[in-house]
Design a binder for this molecule. Sequence first.
Ligand code: DQA
Length: 150
Amino acid sequence: MRVLVLHGPNLNMLGTRETGIYGTGTLDEIDAELEKLATELGVEVECFQSNSEAALVDRLQGSRGRVHAIVFNPAAFTHYSIVLRDAVAGLGLPVVEVHLTNVHAREDFRRQSVVAPVAAGQISGFGSDSYLLGLRAAVALASREAAAGV
Ligand code: DQA
């Protein structure tokens, strides 16, 4: 089983970006934790970060037939990108939306996710553990779909 992990804009700056909110851990450290958990779970992960909406859409579209589930932190695009929402909706793959911070406990504009209604679910507020929980959820969903012959 193969899971794509997609990181949206500014997440490449983790470690130095608003450390009071996001902490000092880096994206490379998150990807390494994901690789370690994937090995434990017996699955493969591929991690990709982009600041570009178009690159994220291309990666979502290109994942069809290649991966079984997706863990996606759309970052600020979460709150307004109908483009990414439509890309997720059209995929036919389980997508788990994740956020490092609890987006419901921050500014009002972060409470809305245009992606969440077309995602399998949302995990928000557990720091880098949001990604690890997201990977577990993605693997569980993909396994269930495989067992059901979807
Ligand atoms: C974020 C939350 C978003 O509101 C913000 O724009 C981000 C990161 C998170 O992981 O907590 O860039 O997605």
